[in-house]
Design a protein. Sequence first.
Length: 131
Amino acid sequence: MNRGFPGTMQRQDDFIERRARVAALSDAELKERFWQLTEQVVQPLVDLAFTHTSPSVERSVLLRMGFSSIEAKEIVDKCVEQELLGKGAGHAVWRLSHLENIPLRKAGLRLAQGLGWERLQQFWGRRETGL
């Protein structure tokens, strides 16, 4: 009897067959197998997180760095305009702070005002046009 949604097929029960593949494993081996499979499932998400970001993620980073939501929005908007969001808004603040030897807060406020972006473009090897 199909207990699922109308028009769906019931999954064949193959528990005994699947269990046979792991029945001989010890608890330690089962634990190791669990973590291997977990890593396989999670690794694409980790890879994606390293290569992709979003304005909301970057605003969240800046909030945790002590900027207000309005300041964070301004910094992120400028990062988008400069095509540097992929570098990370918090990274941009940190980098400018180190390049100009100024406090993080001052660096972030400068970026929010549209200042310092040319310095970051030069550091990351991009022309002022953003190309």
